[in-house]
Design a protein around this ligand. Structure first.
Ligand code: XMP
Length: 176
């Protein structure tokens, strides 16, 4: 599997060091308020497991399943929430996704959580692609800025594979 990786963009060690500092930023931002983490499946699975163990406050965790890609590398523009939203009424939400790309997923989920009565919604991603978004949204907390290239690993997949790589890499098919 790893032979199909063109290059490692962000190493496991770099990710973990950045998560340490990002967790401190989040703790400062929430200022002691209990956090309800809402993680976007499947991509945020690895990030959220590593991140929420660095948040030593009263915290609960919920999951949502959003579909914006259908197995390829292009977004369809439509974001579907499968299986509904958790009860977020009156809660301070930390919405965690793997990557901010067009922004469609983050924007759609954020507005749905606010409509569902969340007290506040802060957004967090490991990766923020530096590009023009399709909608006006940015992450309150992000780990790394990257170029507009397709990445895999650390939860991110290509056709369902590569999520288990401990680093962020670029596939040979998409490599420069
Ligand atoms: P949007 O475009 O809505 O994208 O901001 C968010 C979702 O799209 C997927 N995505 C990627 N998945 N490598 C991936 O493996 C990428 O480079 C990539 N860009 C977007 C991802 O599921 C994310 O939650």
């Amino acid at each position: 599997m790893e032979s199909l990786i063109e290059k490692v963009l962000i190493s496991e060690d770099e990710i973990h060091k950045r998560l340490d500092s990002m967790a401190l930023e989040i703790l400062t931002g929430f200022d002691g308020r209990p956090i309800t983490v809402v993680a976007v499946l499947k991509g945020a699975l690895v990030l959220v497991a590593d991140l929420f163990r660095r948040l030593p406050v009263k915290l609960d965790i919920e999951f949502v399943t959003a579909q914006s890609y259908y197995g390829g590398t292009e977004t369809t523009g439509e974001v579907k929430v499968i299986g509904g939203l958790p009860d977020v009424k009156g809660k301070s939400i930390l919405l965690v996704d793997d990557i901010l790309d067009t922004g469609l997923t983050m924007e759609a989920l954020k507005s749905q959580l606010i409509d569902a009565g969340a007290d506040s919604v802060a957004t967090c991603v490991l990766l923020s692609k530096v590009k023009e978004r399709a909608v006006d949204v940015e992450a309150d907390y992000y780990g790394f800025e990257i170029g507009d290239e397709f990445v895999v690993g650390y939860g991110l997949d290509y056709t369902g594979h590569y999520r288990n790589l401990p680093y962020i890499g670029i596939l040979k098919e998409f490599g420069v």
